[in-house]
Design a protein around this ligand. Structure first.
Ligand code: IDP
Ligand code: MG
Length: 152
């Protein structure tokens, strides 16, 4: 891809992020610093059924029940971003996440790896639809975009 097309693709690709409270400002600021654009945000306590829907692709894994129990055990800050890569989050197992990534810097065990981020553009679409109503998504042009992506 030529540079401009790449910038355009990055500009339009969405990602869904979910975090537990306590490190809200620090985690949002990492996305903001990298140029992710926040287009939806809310705080909620997902039900167990909701968590099972969110993690439906993992339903056969041995940790599925614990994982859904954890997600629904308290508040979650759900966010939609126009994204720029998944590298910021780090590997699933925080012991293998590089320093400098969110999990590498802030998490210790895999079952409590602090942040969920969608695996790719398709799952991002499904997850944003699950967590947000269309009217909860706001689109706008931020001032920094022309410096970060080179678009006008
Ligand atoms: P990801 O969050 O890096 O995309 P997934 O494979 O989609 O990783 O798994 C979703 C979540 O399930 C992980 O973030 C982690 O919290 C949990 N998980 C994944 N593998 C294990 C495991 O082996 N034991 C316990 N929990 C796990
Ligand atoms: Mg995943």
């Amino acid at each position: 891809m030529v540079q401009e097309e790449e910038a355009h693709a990055a500009e339009n690709e969405r990602t869904f992020i979910a975090i537990k409270p306590d490190r809200i400002a620090e985690i949002i600021s990492r996305f903001e610093r990298k140029g992710f654009k926040l287009v939806a945000i809310k705080i909620m306590v997902p039900s167990k059924e909701f968590a099972q829907k969110h993690y439906h692709d993992l339903k056969d894994r041995p940790f599925f029940n614990g994982l859904c129990g954890f997600l629904s055990s308290g508040p979650v800050i759900a966010m939609g971003f126009i994204k720029y890569g998944r590298k910021l989050i780090g590997a699933t197992d925080p012991q293998r996440s590089e320093p400098g990534t969110i999990r590498g810097d802030l998490a210790v065990v895999v079952g409590r790896n602090i942040i969920h981020g969608s695996d790719g553009p398709e799952t991002a679409k499904d997850e944003i639809n699950l967590w947000f109503k269309p009217q909860e998504l706001v689109n706008y042009r931020s001032n920094a975009e022309k410096w970060i992506y080179g678009v006008n």
